[in-house]
Design a binder for this molecule. Structure first.
Ligand code: UDP
Length: 247
């Protein structure tokens, strides 16, 4: 079985970021999950790099994988390494692709998002052939109080845990609870449950192809996202240039 160490990475913003194709990463994740080897996967977009700086050391662990997500990472990579990443590994596409390609029945637990979003996501992914939803909880403590989540997850014994609390909340939660979670594969999925349930619209395919999904999201939620796609982008590039190839 390939180990994460055999996968090429590229330092950016102080993180060691995978530089591989989506199918290769799905193969690695599936093999490790099937073998019961603990793995955490997070997706690095520009917001992640800015928000998760204090988690850099914790994310050096060999069982924490960081995938590149979006055009901002490509541009920073071009500036620092002279080339883009070989693929865009965003969680909104990669996680459903992983769920669709599961080779055998897999217990999945969903944690995060608003109650109606996570319930809608449960309905969507339950329809997939090898997905067995063994439990779920919203990210606001309504269905299950926050301090009981780990116990609930333990009782449900998932093979795969999807955490949708946004950056940096989901990454911090995954890192802080790593030792208590007896789950082979944990993925931080951001707004995935909102997209799966339809409570948030995804950009049309041609907008995604043009790498303008961020502009579509900005148009839908200007108040919340304006600072992220203006000031924070400046902070992101400044950080990347200052840190260079160090991790
Ligand atoms: N979220 C949550 N609990 C919180 C804050 C956020 O469950 O306390 C959920 C939110 O409902 C959404 C997901 O986290 O489904 C991603 O949040 P957001 O859209 O802010 O993250 P982004 O993808 O924009 O970074």
């Amino acid at each position: 079985m390939p180990t994460p160490a055999e996968f090429p990475t590229r330092p950016l913003g102080g993180f060691r970021i995978l530089n591989c194709r989506s199918a290769e990463l799905i193969g690695l994740l599936t093999a490790r999950m099937t073998a019961g080897i603990k793995t955490a996967l997070v997706f690095a977009n520009t917001n992640f790099v800015v928000q998760c700086q204090d988690l850099r050391d914790a994310m050096q662990e060999p069982d924490v994988l960081i995938a590149n997500d979006g055009i901002g990472l490509d541009l920073a990579s071009l500036a620092i390494h002279g080339e883009k990443f070989v693929d865009n590994l965003n969680g909104t596409d990669l996680t459903p692709a992983l769920l669709q390609s599961l080779p055998k029945p897999t217990r999945v637990y969903l944690y995060g998002a608003a109650p109606e979003s996570v319930a809608g996501a449960v309905r969507r992914i339950s329809a997939l052939p090898n997905v067995v939803v063994c439990g779920y909880a919203d990210g606001y403590g309504r269905r299950i109080p926050h301090d009981q989540i780990i116990d609930d997850i333990s009782q449900c014994q998932p093979d795969l845990l999807l955490v949708a609390l946004g950056n940096p909340r989901q990454e911090r939660w995954m890192i802080e609870n790593r030792d208590r979670l007896e789950v082979p594969l944990t993925i931080g999925v951001g707004a995935l449950f909102d997209f799966l349930s339809g409570s948030k619209a995804r950009a049309p395919a041609f907008v995604q192809k043009l790498h303008l999904e961020w502009a579509f999201r900005l148009m839908l939620e200007p108040r919340r996202l304006l600072k992220r796609y203006t000031y924070d982008i400046g902070v992101f590039f400044a950080l990347c240039m200052r840190i260079g190839k160090r991790v």
